[in-house]
Design a protein around this ligand. Structure first.
Ligand code: FA5
Length: 344
């Protein structure tokens, strides 16, 4: 060890003498090669010697060698700053080559569409809320009036993390989280990712986006729900869009309705359409008047307040808006597809 220490002392002396004599960038590079050169650099050789030391000796020697290396490196970078390489053109800069094409990032079509939806609701005075993607059974189901083991839970094929935690199957749990914290009047939308154990097909994905809407105030009726959703969907698809409200069931709304829009892919003309199954209609959202039990779960008095809510599938609606016959295209990451949505 003492010989190694002696060698380091000698090399340190040599290094700093040579460093003090540097006058141009070329000499900095020579000094670097002399000490840090891959095969014969002095420091490289010292590290070779280090390998033969006993484990006991290695402890101190390792520290000393690394300190010396840091000293060398910091002095060399100081010298590089003082003696910069002059601005000559290096061979890799071939000025005859064509320019490199740069690719700019751009928002994903689903993000663009989500923003469009948000802007329509913001223009109507709604604000935007968010909630967690990993949820408890309480928020995803129980507080929304799904008793344990109730068959209504079967419509949501749920991915459980453990007995208590799950990946949220819809954005509705955020209704509860918001109503626990804020009191009416409420006018909010909640966009976000949701998860279900589903086999992908043209209109179903295991991970997709929803946007929830919730309005709570005194004197809110089903007419407000219908009027707002019609206004929204016409702003999104244009005045001529045909839609229909169809009675439905959700444990957290009463009465409930689903909204279908006409199948933009076949317009009811193809009995074998893979999107609408030939019916000419496709469901895009569920909605209804907030069930009084849900209000009781968050300590809002249903005798004073009423409200409506909806949950819309963003991907499925985007598919119609962009006239794409297949929702899976959104997630295949094929740039030829994705880029089409960002043309100015
Ligand atoms: C719900 O998720 C309810 N939470 C909606 C709701 C909210 C009702 C508030 C009442 C009040 P549903 O499972 O029907 O409902 O899903 C809502 C929408 O999400 C569907 O209309 C559809 O557009 C979309 N969706 C459902 N499953 C999928 C899927 N696997 N892939 C893509 N989109 C889907």
């Amino acid at each position: 060890m003492s010989t190694l220490q002696d060698k380091i002392n000698n090399y340190r002396q040599l290094f700093f003498d040579r460093a003090a004599a540097v006058k141009e960038s070329q000499q900095v590079e020579e000094l670097r090669q002399l000490f840090l050169g891959r095969k014969k650099g002095y420091l490289t050789l010292l590290f070779e010697e280090f390998k033969n030391l006993s484990p006991e000796e290695k402890k101190t020697a390792g520290r000393v060698l690394n300190e010396f290396k840091t000293e060398i490196q910091s002095k060399l970078s100081e010298l590089e700053k003082n003696f910069p390489v002059s601005g000559t053109i290096t061979p890799i800069e071939d000025l005859t080559l064509p320019g490199r094409q740069l690719y700019w990032g751009a928002p994903h079509p689903i993000t663009l569409f989500e923003r469009k939806i948000e802007n329509i609701f913001i223009s109507m005075g709604f604000s935007v809320e968010e909630g967690p993607e990993i949820e408890t059974d309480y928020y995803n189901f129980e507080a929304l009036n799904f008793p344990p083991d109730h068959p209504a839970r079967d419509s949501w094929d749920t991915l459980y993390i453990n007995d208590k935690l799950l990946l949220r199957t819809h954005t509705s749990p955020v209704q509860i989280r918001v109503m626990e914290k804020k009191k009416p009047p409420l006018r909010i939308i909640i966009p976000g990712r949701v998860f279900r154990r589903e086999t992908p097909d043209p209109t179903h994905l295991p991970m997709f986006y929803q946007v929830e809407g919730l309005v709570v105030d005194k004197g809110i009726t089903f007419a407000h729900l219908k009027g707002t959703l019609e206004f929204f969907l016409k702003a999104l698809f244009g005045e001529k869009i045909r839609l229909r409200f169809r009675p439905s069931f959700f444990p957290f709304t009463e009465p409930s309705a689903e909204v279908d829009i006409e199948c933009i892919v076949c317009r009811g003309q193809n009995p074998e359409c893979r999107v609408c199954g030939g019916s000419g209609w496709k469901e895009i959202l569920g909605s209804g008047m907030v069930d009084p039990q849900v209000f009781k779960n968050v300590n809002i008095d249903p005798e004073i307040y009423s409200g409506w809510a909806f949950g819309l599938g963003i991907d499925r609606t985007a598919m119609f808006a962009f006239q794409i016959p297949e929702m899976r295209y959104f997630y295949e990451n094929d740039l030829r597809f994705i880029r089409q949505f960002n043309r100015k």
